[in-house]
Ligand binder design. Structure first.
Ligand SMILES: [Mg+2]
Length: 413
C-alpha cells in the first residue's frame, strides 16, 4: 500500500486514474491462462492412438487447397504450422496425415475441460475452445497457490481427457498469456509479482498479444525490439505514432494490465460428486454420504452467489457395474430452501432403488433458472451442456454456456 501512496505523491498529475487502479490492485491478483497443446490434433490422437506416432494435421486436404487448422508436434518438427496451406505442408512433410476436423467432438472435450476449470474458480473467461483465463485470486485450494492450482488443472485434464494443456501463472492476463507459451507443450510457467519487472524488460514486443507483423515492423524501424526499448523511447512520440495503442504498449511494458477476467458464461448447473474407494451397499450409508456431499454443494452454491436462482435439485447414482441413473426435481416454489436435506435424501433413495445395486459414485447438484440466466444477454451455446438425465452421462455435470465471441486483445486492427 505504501508503494502506491508514494507513487501517487510522486505523480500527482495522474491522481484520478490511479485511484481506481489502487482499488483494483490493492490485492495481488492471481491469473492463470490455460491453453491446450495442439488441441484439435491432440483430441484426434486421443481418439485414435495410431496417430500418436505420425505427423498429423487437422484441416483441409491438399487436393482441395485447404488450410491447416492445427497440427501435432511431430508435424511441427517438419516446419508445418497452423494456417499453412495444406499443399505447402505436404511438401515440407510428405508423410503428413490429414484428418478432417470433428468440431462437435472438440466442443465436447472443450466443455469438459471448462468443467474442470470450474472446480477451482467460477471466474473463467473462455477465449476459444481450448484457451481460457482463470482468476484464482480468491481460490482457497492448495493454500491459494496459483501454481499448484494450475498444475492440478493440468493433471485433471490429462487424466480425464487424455490431452495435455500448458498454463501460465501471473498477476495479470497479459503476462499469464505469454507465460502459458513459455513451457509449451505440457508445461507451467510462473511469473511471480517480484519477477514481473525483469521478465517484461527483456520481452520481445512481438510476444505482446495483439502486436502483429505490421506493428512490430513499425516498432523495429523506431529501434524498438523489447519492452525495455518501449520504456526508453519518448512516450509522447510513441503515443503520437500509435495513439491509444501507444498508451497501452507503455502500460504493458511496465507489466501493468488491469483488465479483469470477464466471465461471459452463464452457469447452468453446479454439482459435486464423489467416487468411493469401496462400493456402498446399504441405504443408510448412502444417506449419510449424501449429507456430506450436501455440505460441499452448499458451499459451492454460496460461492457462486446464485443460490436464489436454483430451480432444480439433481442427483446422480453410479453403480458398481458403471451403469448410472440421474434424477432431477423442480423446487415447488422460490420460497423453498433449495438445500433441504430430506429432499436430497429422498431423491438419492429413489434413484438408488431403481437398481438397488452397490454404489461406486454419488453426485448431487442444482440446476439454475434458465429463464433468468438467458435474459442476461444473447448467449450462444459454445459449450455443449452435460445431458440432463438418462443413464449414460459420463461427462462432469457442471455444465456451462458461453458467448462464442470471445473478446480479442488486439492492438493491430
Ligand atoms: Mg492451444
Amino acid at each position: 500500500m505504501s508503494r502506491h501512496l508514494a507513487w501517487i505523491l510522486l505523480k500527482p498529475i495522474f491522481i484520478l486514474k490511479p485511484i481506481t487502479s489502487l482499488i483494483v490492485t490493492s490485492h495481488q491478483r492471481k491469473i492463470i491462462h490455460v491453453d491446450a497443446d495442439a488441441f484439435y490434433a491432440s483430441v484426434e490422437m486421443q481418439q485414435n492412438p495410431a496417430l500418436t506416432k505420425v505427423p498429423v494435421a487437422v484441416g483441409g486436404k491438399p487436393d482441395r487447397r485447404g488450410v491447416i487448422a492445427t497440427c501435432n508436434y511431430i508435424a511441427r518438427q517438419f516446419g508445418v504450422r497452423s494456417a499453412m496451406p495444406a499443399a505447402h505442408a505436404l511438401r515440407l512433410c510428405p508423410d503428413l496425415v490429414f484428418v478432417t476436423p470433428n468440431f462437435p467432438l472438440y466442443k465436447q472435450v472443450s466443455a469438459r475441460m471448462h468443467d474442470i476449470f470450474g472446480r477451482y474458480t467460477s471466474l473463467i473467461e473462455p477465449l476459444s475452445l481450448d484457451e481460457a483465463y482463470l482468476d484464482v485470486s480468491q481460490c482457497t485450494d492448495f493454500q491459494g497457490s496459483a501454481t499448484r492450482i494450475a498444475n492440478a488443472i493440468r493433471g485433471d485434464v490429462k487424466r480425464e481427457l487424455g490431452i495435455t494443456v500448458s498454463a501460465g501463472v501471473a498477476p495479470n492476463k497479459f503476462l499469464a498469456k505469454i507465460a502459458s507459451d513459455w513451457r509449451k507443450p505440457n508445461g507451467t510457467f510462473v511469473i511471480t509479482p517480484d519477477e514481473v519487472e525483469a521478465f517484461v524488460l527483456e520481452l520481445d514486443v512481438s510476444k505482446i498479444n495483439g502486436v502483429g507483423k505490421v506493428t512490430s515492423q513499425k516498432l523495429a524501424h523506431m529501434g524498438i525490439q523489447t519492452c525495455a526499448d518501449i520504456l526508453a523511447y519518448d512516450a509522447k512520440r510513441l503515443t503520437e505514432k500509435f495513439g491509444k495503442q501507444g498508451h497501452r504498449l507503455i502500460q504493458l511494458a511496465n507489466g501493468v494490465d488491469e483488465r479483469p477476467v470477464q466471465t461471459s458464461r452463464i452457469r447452468k448447473s453446479l454439482s459435486v460428486e464423489h467416487t468411493y474407494s469401496n462400493d456402498i451397499a446399504n441405504e443408510s450409508e448412502i444417506q449419510e454420504r449424501t449429507l456430506s456431499l450436501l455440505d460441499e454443494l452448499r458451499e459451492r452454491v454460496e460461492r457462486s452467489k446464485m443460490s436464489k436462482l436454483v430451480a432444480k435439485r439433481v442427483v446422480k447414482v453410479k453403480f458398481h457395474d458403471f451403469t448410472q441413473t440421474t434424477l432431477e426435481k423442480r423446487l415447488a416454489s422460490h420460497q423453498e430452501d433449495w438445500d433441504d436435506k430430506q429432499a436430497y435424501q429422498a431423491m438419492i433413495s429413489e434413484a438408488w432403488k431403481r437398481s438397488s445395486k452397490p454404489v461406486r459414485l454419488l453426485g448431487i447438484g442444482v440446476a439454475f433458472n434458465q429463464g433468468l440466466a438467458s435474459g442476461m444477454s444473447t448467449q450462444l451455446d459454445l459449450f455443449t451442456s452435460a445431458p440432463k438425465d438418462g443413464a449414460t452421462n459420463e461427462a462432469p455435470t457442471d455444465s456451462i454456456s458461453s458467448d462464442t465471441t470471445a473478446p480479442k486483445d488486439k492492438i493491430d486492427s
